[in-house]
Design a binder for this molecule. Structure first.
Ligand code: PMV
Length: 324
């Protein structure tokens, strides 16, 4: 009753921002991401009869209480699905090129969903796996697949139709995504709290929801057509609107820091010089930059010169779940 799985993290081009059901993790809007080959989590789950509780080793160290609870709550769902009352040892390693402070919940929960269901003897289709991973962390629903992935919000209140599907595989489009690692990053508001506060209090939220549905249609067309300018400009505008909702919340907040703004301005400056580059930002200060492979040298040189940039990690579109 042991299995190992690997999943890559993903970056949303059309953001998931706000839940319509917090306990089932049902999003208020459909969203879309690209899976990144540069960041992954490898997880081994070993169910054993003699264990009386779950344990969790992360990067070779016993994990903190919060993380252990999150794992146990997730494994409760896997036990319920299988009908087996059995506990597990879970070991995870995050493969992130530097101590970058990038969120690993998407790859972490996707790898856990895959390894734990296999170890306990369930054989789930990708959609079922995506639906399960969603209940660990919303963005993890997308990391089941490689390439370009849409998480369809669904309509049902029980969440059965809320899972991700692949829109195009990793080989469809040879784009690059640079993860720009900033110095001195402090994450003050978790994505959970940020979403809750925004949906509850921001008068901009209704506008965000209305526009994001249109953005999703446009970006799917741009991906199908491999129209980089279109894909990039929709991505950047969608990111800016998501972050605008936080400024309208009560109390207001932002994820941006001074170095976040400097990177954004540098990307816009690159475009003014005719180099197609576009940014996107999640619930933290770090920036991801989308560009085409032929511009890599220029992009790296310019981003490295920005004050407050510590490192740049380059990804291509990555693959979905794999088993070791
Ligand atoms: O899946 P969570 O709870 O980590 O939320 C992710 C939220 C964003 O990263 C801001 C957007 C997204 O779609 O990934």
């Amino acid at each position: 009753m042991k299995a190992t799985a690997r999943a890559h993290t993903n970056i949303a081009l059309i953001k998931y921002w706000g839940k319509r059901n917090e306990s089932l993790i049902l999003p208020a809007n459909s969203n879309l991401s690209v899976t990144l080959d540069g960041f992954s989590t490898e997880t081994t789950v070993h169910f054993q009869e003699h264990l009386t509780e779950d344990s969790f080793i992360l990067n070779e160290q016993s994990a903190e209480e919060d993380a252990r609870t999150k794992i146990a709550v997730f494994l409760d769902k896997v036990r319920a699905l299988s009908g087996k009352e059995i506990y597990a040892q879970v070991q995870s390693v995050n493969h992130v090129p530097t101590a970058a402070g990038f969120a690993s919940s998407a790859s972490g929960l996707a790898a856990l969903a895959a390894a734990s269901t296999k170890a306990i003897g369930l054989s789930l289709e990708d959609r079922e796996l995506s639906r399960l991973a969603r209940q660990g962390s919303g963005s993890a629903s997308r990391s089941i697949y490689g390439g370009f992935v849409e998480w369809q919000m669904g309509e049902r209140e029980d969440g059965l139709d809320s899972y991700a599907i692949q829109v195009a595989d990793a080989s469809h489009w040879n784009i690059r995504i640079a993860a720009v690692v900033l110095s001195k990053t402090v994450k003050k508001v978790s994505s959970r709290e940020g979403m809750r506060r925004t949906i509850d209090t921001s008068p901009f939220y209704a506008g965000w929801l209305e526009q994001t549905a249109k953005d999703l249609q446009e970006i799917k067309q741009a991906i199908a057509d491999k129209d980089f300018e279109k894909m990039g400009s929709v991505t950047e505008a969608n990111c800016l609107r998501m972050h605008a909702t936080t400024l309208g919340a009560n109390p207001p907040f932002t994820y941006w820091q001074d170095n976040t703004m400097r990177v954004m301005q540098t990307v816009q400056g690159l475009r003014e010089q005719g180099i197609p580059a576009f940014f996107t930002i999640d619930a933290g200060p770090n920036v991801k930059v989308l560009y085409l492979p032929e511009d890599e040298d220029k992009i790296k040189t310019r981003l490295n010169a920005v004050e407050g940039v510590e490192d740049i990690i380059i990804s291509k579109p990555g693959s979905g779940i794999s088993y070791m």
